[in-house]
Design a protein around this ligand. Structure first.
Ligand SMILES: [Zn+2]
Length: 166
């Protein structure tokens, strides 16, 4: 669950231990996330995950991320993602067959382990009718350039599901 970095040349795959939930984090989206984290250090930053589902619905493909909404609040130990312009972006990608899949944020120079607030926020987002995503994914990046680490979770039916890197 912990690793290295440089430009990622391959997609990253994650799944839960029962192999029900699968996430394919495409290298372009990963590299975008790392770019934002590196630039934001030592401040937190985050935004949303966008992509599609495989034809048999078993795999979520994370294809891109949005820039952080302008009304986001950024601090060293806290990040509140704003929502300004977000619905408009989601409407646009909807026309390309892509959807809101969840959230990512950065824990600068720390562990990527999710806090209890992180988890609570995901439970709330899973019930947000405007996002139409009852099983949102949470990606947290920790660390810093040369020493990134990652946690990937999925929230379904008010439960947190840990996804492991394959
Ligand atoms: Zn967090």
């Amino acid at each position: 669950m912990w690793w290295w970095i440089r430009e990622k040349m391959d997609n990253l795959f994650f799944q839960d231990k029962n192999q029900i939930y699968k996430v394919n984090l495409h290298k372009e989206a990963y590299n975008q996330i790392i770019y934002y984290c590196d630039r934001a250090n030592p401040y937190e930053i985050g935004s949303v995950l966008i992509g599609n589902y495989s034809l048999n619905q078993t795999t979520a493909n994370i294809l891109q991320i949005t820039p952080p909404p302008k009304d986001s609040i950024q601090a060293k130990y806290n990040f509140h993602r704003g929502s300004s312009g977000l619905i408009k972006v989601l409407d646009t990608v909807w026309n390309q067959g892509q959807y809101y899949l969840g959230e990512w944020h950065y824990h600068p120079n720390m562990s990527s382990f999710p806090s209890s607030i992180d988890k609570k926020q995901m439970m709330i987002l899973s019930q947000d009718k405007r996002l139409k995503c009852p099983e949102p994914i949470l990606i947290i990046i920790g660390g810093h350039k040369g020493n990134w680490n990652i946690n990937v979770r999925l929230f379904a039916n008010n439960k947190e599901i840990i996804l492991y890197n394959l």
